[in-house]
Design a protein around this ligand. Structure first.
Ligand SMILES: Nc1ncnc2c1ncn2[C@@H]1O[C@H](COP(=O)(O)OP(=O)(O)O)[C@@H](O)[C@H]1O
Ligand SMILES: [Mg+2]
Length: 346
């Protein structure tokens, strides 16, 4: 992990501040939000994707840097442009472990991504936070539907449901995986934002917590399976994410969700110096209103894309359009003004 001092040195040489990310995932929203705040943007793009991004006048970056592969981030070019990287799901996936040592300043705490990357660490975090989570099973404990998750299977691809130890041995064998009890309920993906400098939002020990929206992932085959079943088919349940839908929670659940958010934040400061900026706690709510957390995404999630101006929650914090993308740009602007960039960049 690159020393934070190095990043602070780089940052102190910055005369200007630009926002940069890979053209994918939630980049249109990030660039659009920066544009609303008057911050210039840099899009890292592969040749074949450039035409697409150029076609959105208000969502495209001010400038492109073309690359052959997203695993090689043009660090010197970004630093020369005084860029701060906004890490999104595709960014952390494409860069992998190289992410930790990038010499370019990154918005948020880069150490949080290590806790997202390792399912073991993530469950430690969740355990320490004292939030309800699915049981982790040993193969011989499988007795009823269990979800087998393989490492790095981002976007839900390749997950498997097994019902018994026998089925596990046949279908999985000795492959590295995590087995979770399968929770039945309604999924909800709240978009949190933690600011150590803002005075708006839910008060926590380490700053204010906002809930900027909630979405629901649309996954194939799981979310359209009723049609297949009605057609007389019985496809296996799978969870490849195809898109997202907006969602609003019954208001009484907000109390529980903000408590979960707060615990996740508190614990993150104990474990790795804190989660800063956007994150998502992926949940399933059972019929008796118990909330199970099965994953934490420690950066902006693609579900925030469902709100390109307002969400049913952002409206109650801000009297102008506010997306997670714009919120990030505001935060960078405010921190710069207050000379507190060091607190939100690593
Ligand atoms: N314990 C669980 N019980 C039921 N469904 C689950 C559970 N864990 C995950 N899922 C389903 O699988 C999907 C992908 O799981 P997740 O662990 O979030 O992987 P990814 O890395 O793809 O985000 C979730 O969006 C959810 O629909
Ligand atoms: Mg997930």
């Amino acid at each position: 992990m690159l020393d934070k001092k190095k990043i602070e040195e780089t940052l102190s040489d910055y005369k200007d501040l630009k926002i940069a990310t890979i053209c994918s995932h939630s980049s249109l929203q990030i660039f659009h939000g920066a544009r609303m705040e008057g911050i210039k943007t840099v899009g890292i793009v592969k040749k074949d994707r450039k035409k697409l991004y150029e076609s959105f006048p208000l969502g495209k970056p001010n400038e492109f840097i073309e690359v052959d592969s997203y695993s090689d981030i043009p660090e010197d070019e970004l630093i020369a442009r005084n860029a701060v990287i906004i890490p999104h799901g595709s960014f952390v996936e494409y860069t992998g472990e190289k992410f930790d040592d990038l010499r370019v300043p990154i918005y948020g705490n880069r150490r949080s991504i290590g806790y997202e990357r390792s399912r073991i660490k993530m469950f430690e975090w969740m355990k320490k936070a004292g939030i309800k989570k699915p049981k982790i099973l040993k193969p011989e404990e499988i007795d009823g539907p269990a979800l087998v998750k393989f490492p790095g299977a981002k976007g839900g691809r390749g997950y498997l449901i097994v019902n018994s130890h026998k089925e596990f041995k046949e279908k999985v064998g000795k492959k590295e995986c995590m087995i979770q009890e399968f929770i039945i309920g309604v999924r909800a993906y709240p978009h949190f934002f933690l600011s150590p400098i803002s005075e708006i939002g839910y008060e926590t020990k380490h700053g204010r917590l906002e809930l900027l929206g909630v979405d629901k992932r649309v996954e194939s085959s799981a979310d359209e399976i009723a049609r297949a079943v009605s057609a007389g088919l019985k496809p296996p349940l799978s969870f490849t994410v195809i898109g997202n839908e907006p969602m609003v929670l019954r208001e009484s659940l907000l109390y529980d969700y903000m408590k979960i958010g707060e615990r996740v934040v508190d614990t993150s400061f104990d474990l790795f110096g804190g989660i800063i900026g956007p994150f998502c706690v992926e949940t399933i709510i059972t019929e008796d209103l118990k909330i199970y957390v099965f994953e934490i995404s420690a950066r902006i999630v693609a579900g925030t894309n469902v709100y390109s101006l307002h969400s049913p929650y952002s409206t109650y914090y801000y009297d102008e359009p506010m997306t997670t993308g714009r919120r990030i740009a505001c935060e960078l602007k405010d921190a710069k003004k207050l000379k507190r960039l060091k607190e939100i960049i690593y």
